[in-house]
Design a binder for this molecule. Structure first.
Ligand code: NAG
Ligand code: NAG
Ligand code: NAG
Length: 310
C-alpha cells in the first residue's frame, strides 16, 4: 500500500517535472520571438517601437510623387532612378531603430519631412524660375555632375582604391574616400572599392543617407535623428552654443559651419524651405515645423577648422 502510494507519488512528481519542462520550453520559444500582438499598428519583434504606425501607414506613394514631382522630367539628371519603393525598402532597416516610428504619427511624419527636406535640398536642380517652383525639383540628381576633383585624401583606415572617384553620390551626397569607407562599414557594403554603387542602387543610396541621419558624427554626440525627435538633452555647452532640439541642429550635425553659424544664408534657408514645403504637401503644415528651426546663430558641433591655439 505505502509502496503503491509511493510509486503513484513519484509518477505524479514525474508528470509535474514533465509539465514544468514543457512550460519552460514554451516560455523559451516565446522569449525568442516575442511577436507583440497590437490592437493596431506594426506587429514586430525586439523593438520598443512595435505597435506604432510605420512610415508606409502615413506616407504613401502619391505623397512621394507629390514631393518629388519633377524628378522624372526630361531635363532631370537621374530619370527613372529614384522611387517610393526604394525609400520604403531602405527605411525597413531603420524603422526598428526609431526612424519615422518615434513618438507617434505626427512626429513620424515630421521626421520623414525633415529627412527628405535635407535630401530634396541636396539633390535639387531647381532654380528661381523653374516650372513648378524651385522646390519641386528634389531628387533631380544622384551624383555630382562635373566634379572638380576626385576627393581622395590620405587615410590610414580607408585608403583610396586605385581608379575610384569619391565625388558626391547618393541621396545625402557622400564625398571623400573616408566617408565612403565609414558608411560602407556601417552598411556592410564595400563602398570604398565601389563608390559607384551609390548611383546604381536607389535603395542603397537612401540607406546610406538614413545611416548618416541615424548615427552621430562622433561618439557621445547626438545623431540628427536624436536632436529632431528630442531624444537628446542639450548640455550646458550646447545651450551656450545655441544648439537646441529641433530641425536647426540637424543641419549643424550634417553640415556644421558650412551652413550653420553664418546668419540667414541661402545654403541654410534652402534646406529649411524644402522641409517646410514637404510639411505643407504632407498636410502637416509649416506652422508645425517645431522650435529651433534654423541654426543661423549656432556654433558648429564639429568646427571644420580648428581655432588656432593661443
Ligand atoms: C509610439 O506611439 C505613441 C503614440 O502613438 C507614442 O506616444 C509613443 O511615444 C511611441 N513609442 C515610442 C517608443 O516612441
Ligand atoms: C541594392 O541595395 C540593397 C540594399 O543594400 C540590396 O539589398 C540590393 O540587393 C541591391 N540591389 C542590387 C541590384 O544590387
Ligand atoms: C564645454 O566647453 C568648454 C569650452 O569650449 C570645453 O573646454 C569643455 O570641454 C566643454 N565641455 C564638454 C562637456 O563638452
Amino acid at each position: 500500500m505505502s509502496k503503491k502510494m509511493c510509486s503513484r507519488k513519484s509518477a505524479e512528481a514525474i508528470a509535474i517535472v514533465l509539465l514544468a519542462v514543457v512550460l519552460m520550453a514554451a516560455a523559451g520559444v516565446q522569449a525568442k520571438s516575442k511577436l507583440k500582438t497590437c490592437s493596431k499598428g506594426w506587429e514586430c519583434t525586439d523593438s520598443i517601437y512595435c505597435c506604432n504606425e510605420t512610415i508606409s501607414d502615413f506616407f504613401q506613394v502619391y505623397q512621394f510623387e507629390n514631393l518629388f514631382s519633377k524628378r522624372n522630367s526630361p531635363v532631370a539628371h537621374a530619370v527613372g532612378f529614384w522611387d517610393y519603393h526604394s525609400f520604403i525598402t531602405a527605411s525597413t532597416v531603420y524603422q526598428p531603430l526609431g526612424f519615422g516610428t518615434t513618438g507617434g504619427k505626427q512626429m513620424g511624419m515630421k521626421e520623414v519631412a525633415a529627412f527628405l527636406g535635407h535630401v530634396g535640398s541636396k539633390t535639387s536642380c531647381g532654380y528661381g524660375v523653374a516650372t513648378g517652383g524651385p522646390l519641386a525639383w528634389g531628387l533631380c540628381y544622384n551624383h555630382e555632375m562635373s566634379p572638380s576633383q576626385s576627393y581622395c585624401k590620405d587615410d590610414y583606415l580607408y585608403p583610396c582604391s586605385p581608379g575610384a572617384e569619391y565625388h558626391g553620390r547618393g541621396a545625402l551626397p557622400v564625398y571623400w574616400n573616408y566617408n565612403y569607407g565609414l558608411i560602407g562599414d556601417g552598411l556592410k557594403v564595400d563602398l570604398l572599392n565601389h563608390p559607384e554603387y551609390l548611383e546604381q542602387n536607389a535603395t542603397l543610396a537612401f540607406q546610406a543617407a538614413m545611416w548618416r541621419w541615424m548615427n552621430p558624427i562622433k561618439k557621445k554626440q547626438p545623431s540628427a535623428h536624436d536632436v529632431f525627435v528630442e531624444n537628446w538633452k542639450p548640455t550646458k555647452n550646447d545651450t551656450l552654443a545655441k544648439r537646441l532640439p529641433g530641425f536647426g541642429t540637424t543641419m549643424n550635425i550634417l553640415y556644421g559651419d558650412e551652413v550653420c553659424g553664418q546668419g540667414y544664408v541661402d545654403s541654410m534657408n534652402n534646406i529649411i524651405s524644402h522641409y517646410q514645403y514637404y510639411l505643407d504637401l504632407m498636410g502637416i503644415g509649416r506652422q508645425n515645423s517645431g522650435d529651433n528651426l534654423d541654426c543661423a546663430e549656432q556654433e558648429p558641433l564639429n568646427p571644420s577648422v580648428q581655432p588656432a591655439s593661443s
